[in-house]
Ligand binder design. Structure first.
Ligand code: NZQ
Ligand code: ZN
Length: 393
């Protein structure tokens, strides 16, 4: 088994009605004045925001609020949140909603005690040494940000989307109530299913794995997400199905599915540029490029893709030529994405073909303008990434 370190310190409270514990939990973690940060209004319409305020009031915790985090959350609102917290003397941040609201809340939490420009942290120019404590109520099973060490922000200047990984991004607690997912539009449910699968697959598809426990956990999470994800699509108020997918979402991105593996992450990086440039939903961007990426790299380790086919899709192994099983596994995955209404090409994603100029811009941006290569299955340079964008049309 390969060496690894595992740190997942977020307290998880899971079940019906747990959102109403926000006041007591925040108090237990020392919050006295909180910023409630949310998105475009789904938490207002569902009544969740009122429940949160009531619970905080009952625990005697003062609060201010800032809505407006959009999908692919913007840096401008992060700056606004930082100013508001400083002015109001906020000592605890609560992100309420999908991954975008929670990522924006994490950026604010890091930005408040930081003296420079928080964007420099996302550009890896400087490291933070502190953050306000933060927690969340997640309303979309997808990103795993409710327990993850990541936050992804888009800078409106140049439309650069950048992720930041740090222990300071770890929430103190998360309240996970599967009933809060019932109001999700089918498209967002499907995007979430893809994202959960991809957090596991971007770790699973990498060289050097000899950690059987890690691999088997990953395969179980994938099978569970596929099985119960289909039920969520057909029966959005099925509590059991929503629960299974929601918990799989956290486990897929708290790093349990990647212990001892280097991970690949090229699909995520290739998608982030699509999100930054075209403002598409993250899960849909992932499904749109995955076939192209997988078809480009699988011959670097056909056995890995074939194993995925056998253990996740129930295929028979073609021992004479595992590449056949590998290709069949890719086809099963793409068919599944299609079956839940997800695009499997960038043309389906955008409603038109990307131009050569756009693809060149995407490719160079994804290498951070030549500063990095992507991936582990195959190490991808700008020319490879360009080819993947071309084949994804
Ligand atoms: O803004 P509101 O009104 O809340 O509506 C949202 C938004 O329109 C809506 N929504 C959320 N919960 C709902 C709901 N509508 C009805 N009922 C509910 N219960 O769904 C829409 C999408 O929300 P968003 O938060 O953008 O989606 P998601 O959770 O997929 O987050 C995507 C963002 O997270 C980043 C992505 O790149 C993207 O920016 N990621 C964050 C990661 C992390 N921090 O660990 C990892 C991921 O790989 C990902 O990159
Ligand atoms: Zn993701």
């Amino acid at each position: 088994m390969n060496h690894f370190s595992f740190y997942s310190p977020t307290k998880v409270i899971f079940g019906k009605g747990v959102a109403d514990q926000i006041g007591t939990e925040t108090k237990a973690w020392g919050g006295t004045k909180v910023l409630i940060h949310y998105g475009g209004g789904s938490v207002v319409r569902s009544g969740l925001l009122d429940r949160v305020k009531k619970s905080l009031d009952e625990s005697g915790i003062a609060h201010v609020e800032l809505g407006g985090a959009v999908p692919n959350p913007r840096l401008g609102l992060v700056y606004e949140g930082i100013d508001l917290c400083r002015k109001e003397g906020v000592d605890f941040i609560l992100g309420i909603g999908g991954g975008s609201a929670i990522d924006s809340a994490k950026a604010i939490a890091i930005g408040v005690p930081f003296e420079g420009d928080v964007w420099d942290i996302y550009l890896n120019k400087v490291k933070e040494t502190d953050a306000l404590p933060h927690a969340n109520i997640i309303t979309l099973a997808a990103t795993g940000t409710e327990t993850s060490s990541s936050s992804v922000i888009t800078n409106e200047e140049g439309w650069l989307k950048r992720g930041h990984n740090s222990p300071f991004n770890r929430p103190r607690f998360t309240l996970m109530d599967p009933e809060l997912l019932y109001t999700l539009p089918p498209y967002q449910t499907a995007c979430g299913i893809v994202d959960i699968m991809m957090h596991t697959m971007d770790r699973y598809f990498s060289h050097g794995g000899t950690n059987e426990v890690t691999d088997r956990i990953a395969e179980v999470i994938l099978r569970t997400t596929i099985q119960y994800g289909k039920i969520c699509m057909e029966d959005p108020e099925n509590y059991e199905a929503r629960s299974e997918v929601m918990w799989a979402g956290s486990l897929s991105h708290n790093h349990l599915t990647g212990l001892g593996l280097p991970g690949d992450w090229a699909p995520h990086q290739i998608e982030h540029e699509l999100g930054g440039m075209f403002d598409v939903a993250h899960g849909a961007g992932l499904s749109a490029i995955w076939n192209s990426w997988a078809s480009y790299v699988y011959d670097a380790d056909p056995m890995r893709f074939a194993r995925f086919g056998v253990n996740v899709w129930g295929l028979d192994m073609n021992w004479q030529d595992p590449s056949v099983t590998a290709r069949e596994a890719i086809r099963c995955t793409v068919d599944f994405f299609h079956s839940i209404g997800m695009p499997v090409t960038t043309t389906e994603l955008l409603g038109r073909e990307t131009t050569e100029e756009e693809m060149q811009e995407l490719a160079v941006k994804s290498t951070y303008f030549g500063a990095r290569k992507l991936g582990n299955m195959k190490v991808l340079e700008e020319k490879d990434i360009l080819e993947i964008y071309r084949n994804a049309r």
